[in-house]
Ligand binder design. Structure first.
Ligand code: AMP
Length: 257
């Protein structure tokens, strides 16, 4: 099932970040089995890191709504009505309603139709978004293969969030080790400068975890009832967690092409 792919060949997320009419240059013809997955789990549990590793193993694209919203705030996207609405709301510090997020995803349905499959990260985040995703996929005659829920004790989530850094240049995410004395201020992929996300400070983290418990955790039961849930222990190294995920996927029925 798993295939190792060349990162440079396959890591083009232009179509997702910029939206139509931008094209993506990924040679998805290489992907024999397109996995269509949702990655669930509390903020900081490592969904983004797993999405990157799973992308390399399965070829499916990492589609993150958090990345989209960061692209909106930096003006790095095509100005569709949904993106302009999100930009306006963010400028005023308001939360983005389900209808706007779902519209942003719907206008990128080409990414969902992609023959390489997809790894949705950060979407859906509410029951309303889950129902909207169901509708979008139904309209595209697609269905989810599985929903992977990453589980980790709260104390470890908080510690991971405080040591999380993002590369300014390639936007890959890494964890710094405070006990290492050498400076860890550059990205191991491209040498770019690492920075800490504003919403990873302790006050923002506490709000995000409460919002997760209230709005997103109910999706675990929702997807369990639909027979799609795969729970994966998110402790250990990223490679160990990825191996557990691939193992859990292997025990499911292979998706249809
Ligand atoms: P993430 O990178 O997934 O942690 O997302 C960063 C921030 O973007 C979140 O804390 C939310 O404020 C916002 N966000 C991302 N995805 C969604 C979504 N599906 N619905 C609402 N807000 C979102």
């Amino acid at each position: 099932m798993a295939r190792v792919m060349d990162k440079q060949d396959t890591d083009d997320r232009t179509a997702w970040r910029q939206g139509p009419p931008a094209n993506c240059s990924v040679p998805h013809g290489k992907v024999q089995v397109p996995w269509r997955l949702v990655l669930l789990g509390a903020p900081g549990v490592g969904k983004g890191t797993q999405a990157e590793l799973l992308h390399q193993r399965l070829g499916a694209c990492h589609l993150s709504t958090g990345d989209l919203l960061r692209a909106v705030s930096r003006n790095h996207c095509v100005q569709s009505p949904a993106m302009m609405a999100a930009q306006e709301l963010m400028r005023h510090g308001a939360l983005i309603p389900d209808s706007t997020i779902c519209e942003m995803v719907r206008e990128r349905s080409e990414c969902l139709r992609c023959s390489g499959g997809f790894l949705l990260d950060g979407f859906p985040r509410t029951l309303g978004q889950a129902e909207a995703l169901h509708g979008i996929l139904h309209d595209e005659k697609l269905s989810l293969d599985a929903v992977v829920d990453y589980e980790l004790p709260l104390s470890e989530i908080i510690s991971r969030l405080s040591s999380r850094r993002t590369c300014e240049k390639c936007e890959s995410v890494c964890t710094i080790t405070p006990e290492v004395s050498t400076p860890q201020d550059s990205c191991r992929h491209c040498g770019g400068t690492l920075f800490q996300r504003e919403d990873d400070n302790p006050e923002a983290v506490s709000v995000r975890l409460k919002v997760y418990e209230r709005d997103t955790a109910p999706l675990i039961q929702y997807y369990k009832r639909l027979g799609l849930l795969l729970s994966v222990d998110a402790s250990g190294s990223p490679e160990e967690i990825c191996a557990r995920t691939l193992n859990a996927l292997e025990h499911r029925l292979q998706p249809t092409v």
